[in-house]
Ligand binder design. Structure first.
Ligand code: NAD
Ligand code: UGA
Length: 459
C-alpha cells in the first residue's frame, strides 16, 4: 500500500509512543514509525507488555501495530524515509556544568538534530514535540543548516499537552493543538502540512497556530500555571490546618467562581511527574538569563512551596506519632506520581520514602502498577523497605498508612479489616484527601488529612 504521508518520531517514551499511536490509529492512510536508541524499549513496544501503563493505549497500539504503526531502532532508515519527523526525546534538568539543577539538558536533542542532518537525503519538516526552552528551534535550525547540504529543513514547534493517566483521552479530544511556525512561505507550508495531520480527528477551531517562540513558551507557561494552582492550594492547606478551616470547602468555594474554575485545586502531598518541576526550573533559568530576577523569584516560589508541602507531610507524621518514627512500620498507599500511571518520576512518594527511611521508619510500599519503578527508585537506599502488591497484606501489622496516590481502588477497601490487622494506635495520613475520614475515625483510626482538622481519639 502507498501511504499518504511518512511520519517518523524519534523517542519512544511517554510522549512519542502514545502520540504516534494516536496518529496511526486516526490516520490509517499514513505510515508512522517510532524509533529509539533504547532497543529494550522498542522490544517492549513490539510486545504484549508495553513499556508504559496508560489506560486505552494497548487497544490503539494493537489496532495499528504492524499495519501502519512500526517501532524499531533503525534511526537512519527512518530519517531517510520520513517527510515529517517528530522529535520527542527527553529533556531533563541539567545535572552538570553551567545551569546545573535548573536549565534543560539538551544533549539528547542536540544529538538528534545532528543525526537528522547526517542521514537526511531530502527536505524534511522537523516537529519539536519535546518541551524545550524558548528559542530552541533556532538552535535546531542552526545545527541542521550548518553543513549547507542543499536540503531544506523547516522546524515547527508542536508541544504536547497530554497528562499521564488520561493521555489517550487527551490525545483523542485535546483542548487545543498548538503549532508554531515561521511566517515565511515555507514555514506556513510546513505548518499546513502538520495541520492536515491533526485535522483527521481534531476540530479545526482547536488547532491553533502562532509563531515558533510563542509556541515554545506557551508550553512552559501552561505547565507553570497548572503547577502554580497546586502550590497555591497546598500553601493554603497549611493555613487550614492551623485555623480549623477545611481545604475541600475552601477549594469548592473558590473554584465555583467561573473566572477561576474548579480544576487543579486538589490539595495533596505535592505535585510530581517528570515535567512540572523541570519545566518551571527551566522557566526560572530563562528569566534569570534575561535578567528578570523578580519574575524568576515568583516562579521559583511554586517549586519551593512544593518542596515545603512534601516536608510538611513528614513533620506532621513525626509530631503526631509522638516525635519518633524509628522502628515504626509505615505503609505507603501508592507510589506513582498520580493515579492511572506506572510512572514514578519525581513522585512525592520518592522524597517522602527517603525522608521516612532517614527517620529510621520501616516502609511497606503498595501500588497497583508502579512497584517495579518504585523498586528501581529506592534501589540505592539502605533501609527496611518491602514491596507488596496487595494493600491488605501491605498494611498488616503497620502503625500507619500514608496515602500517596489517589488510586480509585483505595477508596473501596475494607478499612475495618485493615484496622483490625494494624498495630494500635493506628494512624491514617490521607495525602490525597480521597478517603471517608469520618468513617475511618468511627472505625478507630486517628485520621490526618491534608488541610483539614485531624480526627483523633487522643484526649
Ligand atoms: P521519555 O524519557 O519517556 O522518552 C524519551 C525517549 O527518547 C527515551 O526512550 C530515550 O531512549 C529516547 N532518546 C533519547 N535520545 C535519543 C536519540 N538520540 N535517538 C533516539 N531516541 C532517543 O520522555 P517523555 O516523558 O516521553 O518526554 C519527552 C519530552 O516530552 C520531554 O521534553 C517532556 O518534557 C515532554 N513531555 C512529556 C510529557 C509526559 O507526560 N511525560 C507530556 C508532555 C510533554
Ligand atoms: C502535566 C500537565 O497536566 C500536562 O498538560 C503536560 O502535558 C504534562 O504535565 C507534561 O508536560 O509532562 P502530568 O504531569 O502527566 O501532566 O499530570 P497532571 O495531571 O498535571 O498531574 C501532575 C501532578 O500534580 C501529579 O502529581 C498530580 O497528582 C498533582 N496534582 C494535580 C495535584 O496535586 N492536585 C491537583 O489538583 C492536580
Amino acid at each position: 500500500m502507498e501511504f499518504g504521508k511518512k511520519i517518523l518520531c524519534i523517542g519512544a517514551g511517554y510522549v512519542g509512543g502514545p502520540t504516534m499511536a494516536m496518529i496511526a490509529y486516526k490516520c490509517p492512510q499514513y505510515r508512522v514509525t517510532v524509533v529509539d536508541i533504547n532497543p529494550a524499549r522498542i522490544a517492549q513496544w513490539n510486545s504484549d507488555d508495553l513499556p508504559i501503563y496508560e489506560p486505552g493505549l494497548e487497544e490503539i497500539v494493537k489496532t495499528s501495530r504492524g499495519k501502519n504503526l512500526f517501532f524499531n531502532t533503525d534511526i537512519e532508515g527512518g530519517i531517510k524515509e520520513a517527510e515529517i519527523i517528530f522529535v520527542s526525546v527527553n529533556t531533563p534538568t541539567k545535572t552538570f556544568g553551567s545551569g546545573m539543577g535548573m536549565a534543560a539538558d539538551l544533549q539528547y536533542w542536540d544529538k538528534t538534530a545532528k543525526q537528522i542532518r547526517k542521514f537526511a537525503e531530502s527536505d524534511k519538516i522537523i516537529v519539536e514535540k519535546s518541551t524545550l526552552p524558548v528559542k530552541t528551534a533556532l538552535a535546531m535550525e542552526r545545527i541542521l543548516t550548518a553543513t549547507n547540504n542543499g536540503i531544506h529543513f523547516e522546524v515547527l514547534s508542536n508541544p504536547e499537552f497530554l497528562a499521564e493517566g488520561t493521555g489517550i483521552k487527551d490525545l483523542e479530544d485535546p483542548d487545543r493543538v498548538l503549532i508554531g511556525s515561521r511566517e515565511t512561505p515555507s514555514g506556513l507550508k510546513a505548518r499546513d502540512s502538520l495541520i492536515e495531520v491533526y485535522a483527521n480527528w481534531v476540530p479545526q477551531d482547536r488547532i491553533i497556530t502562532s509563531n515558533v517562540w510563542s509556541s515554545e513558551l506557551s508550553k512552559l507557561v501552561a505547565n507553570a500555571f497548572l503547577a502554580q494552582r497546586i502550590s497555591s492550594i497546598n500553601s493554603i492547606s497549611a493555613l487550614c490546618e492551623r485555623t480549623d478551616a477545611d481545604i475541600t470547602e475552601v477549594a469548592r468555594a473558590v473554584g465555583m467562581d467561573r473566572r477561576l474554575g474548579n480544576k487543579f485545586l486538589n490539595a495533596s502531598v505535592g505535585f510530581g511527574g517528570s515535567c512540572f518541576k523541570k519545566d518551571i526550573l527551566n522557566l526560572v533559568y530563562l528569566c534569570r538569563h534575561y535578567g528578570l530576577e523578580e519574575v524568576a523569584d515568583y516562579w521559583q516560589g511554586v517549586v519551593t512551596i512544593n518542596e515545603y508541602q512534601k516536608e510538611r507531610v513528614i513533620t506532621n507524621m513525626l509530631s503526631t506519632m509522638f516525635n519518633t518514627l524509628a522502628g515504626k512500620r509505615i505503609c505507603l498507599f501508592g507510589f506513582a506520581f498520580k493515579a492511572n500511571t506506572s510512572d514514578t518520576r519525581e513522585s512525592p512518594a520518592v522524597t517522602i520514602s527517603k525522608r521516612l527511611i532517614e527517620e529510621k521508619a520501616e516502609l511497606v510500599i503498595t501500588d497497583p502498577k508502579a512497584l517495579d519503578n518504585a523498586k528501581m527508585d529506592l534501589d540505592t537506599i539502605e533501609g527496611n523497605i518491602s514491596y507488596v502488591e496487595d494493600p491488605y497484606e501491605a498494611s498488616d501489622g503497620c502503625d500507619a498508612i500514608a496515602v500517596m496516590t489517589e488510586w480509585e481502588a483505595y477508596k473501596n477497601l475494607d478499612f475495618e479489616m485493615i484496622y483490625r490487622s494494624m498495630a494500635k494506635p493506628a494512624f491514617i495520613f490521607d495525602g490525597r484527601n480521597i478517603l471517608d475520614h469520618k468513617i475511618l475515625f468511627a472505625i478507630g483510626f486517628n485520621v490526618f488529612p491534608i488541610g483539614k482538622p485531624p480526627l483523633t481519639h487522643f484526649k
